[in-house]
Design a protein around this ligand. Sequence first.
Ligand code: NAD
Length: 487
Amino acid sequence: MGLSFHPDTVSLPVGHFIGGEMIAAEGAIEMRRPSDGKAYTACPIAGPEVIDCAVASAKAALKASNWGNVRPRERTKALQAWADLVEAEAETLAKIEALCSTRPVGQLVAGDIAITAEQIRFFAEFADKEGSELVPTDDATLGMIMSEPYGVVGAITPWNFPISMAGWKLGPALAAGNAVVLKPSEMTPFSAVYMAQLAVKAGLPAGLINVVLGDGSTTGTALTGHPEIAKVSFTGSTRAGSAIMENVARTGVKPMTLELGGKSPQIVFADADLDKAATAIAGSVTFNAGQACVAGTRLIVEKSVADRLTAAILEKMKAVRPGPTWDEATQYSPIISERQRARVDGIVRAAIEAGGECLTGGGVMDSPGYFYEPTLIADVDQANPAIVEEIFGPVLTVQTFETEEEALALSSHPTFGLASGLFTSDLSRTIRFARKLEAGTVWVNRYSRSRDHILPTGGYKRSGIGKDLGREAYLANRRTKSVLISL
Ligand code: NAD
């Protein structure tokens, strides 16, 4: 049996979590399990009064605990205790997440949760290592760049990796001395509530993490526009990121970090290890059924090896093992909702209508859950909908090139610049491409993150502003003050 479980046995923390307490709220948005389509509960929608209450609780917690100004090592220790508890409670947390989301329970325990605990510890270590600095001035003055937390950070996360995304926001904000009001996605909100409960159990001051449930238009708008939210940290679509910028511009300027959408290329040269490339490329579009911001959905391959590589990728795409997220053996995820699956299918149809040739997949799977076949589409030009749109599903396109210039031209996307992959054994070409690719991440002879959390992640172009992970994410949660003293 191991980690597998029956989905009707999981108890969910349904409600807002404010000031260390669960706040009961009426369900408003029907929620269905992606794995079998069964309705299981409803997500409440926090209005402005709930946001007021959460922000007030965050401010009160900062004041009572002096979190922003305690000895920094105390913050490190408290966050480490929280990370330990997240790990100790991994099975319960994984059940909550697997029930509601597209993340299989086995991958959650070994991957998402283990890595999130590690990332919380990584950020905790910055608390007593990054700080204010003295700057060179003349003898008669002392100049200082004083670093301080913002106060209350408003964070908003998407549904595709709910625990990881919550960790990316909470870890650096808390380590940097802030309190947080977090609004997780209305489709997958409960794992964040449970993580916040664990934080209080681990000894973090109640009210330091507040989780408000709700949608974008009511809850998200109230949160980002709240006058006492000092900084916004957002991960989600480029469309929602633009709406947040507009709302913030209208309600009061404040700094923001925006981690947005992508449409990332994977460029393969004939001199690459093609077996390795096929594994990485197929893995990148089938992992979480392609519902990853960095999914490498545009294969751009040197013509002479295109047939060979495509055949190897096809074989791997066909070998996926779909199953319910509560089965430990499941490798291949459902799509988050019926609506999102219909969107994926709509773009695939439009791509074929525009001249694309579907080499495999291209349809919904025969299952009560929202599964979609891994899909490979060839013969697409730069205007094809499958090239232009972020599909957020298991769909890969294939384009071919004969020269480096052609490869570079095809890899550039008018809107997105989140990640990119390059497969080659030529070192000089690697450097040329690393310099020229317009993306926040360049992976060479691999297509995935490692556990080197010091490498920041974020987008060029409309894929975002600012970074998650790395030192940059910590520093983005501090503001600086210039102090000049006449001696
Ligand atoms: P989404 O933009 O629809 O929703 C994300 C979050 O924003 C949700 O919590 C939602 O309720 C909220 N939201 C929506 N409109 C809002 C508004 N006007 N004001 C405030 N909040 C609002 O995205 P999604 O469908 O949940 O997630 C998929 C998207 O997230 C994809 O575009 C993907 O590329 C992106 N993503 C990016 C990264 C990254 O690191 N760049 C990571 C994961 C996901």
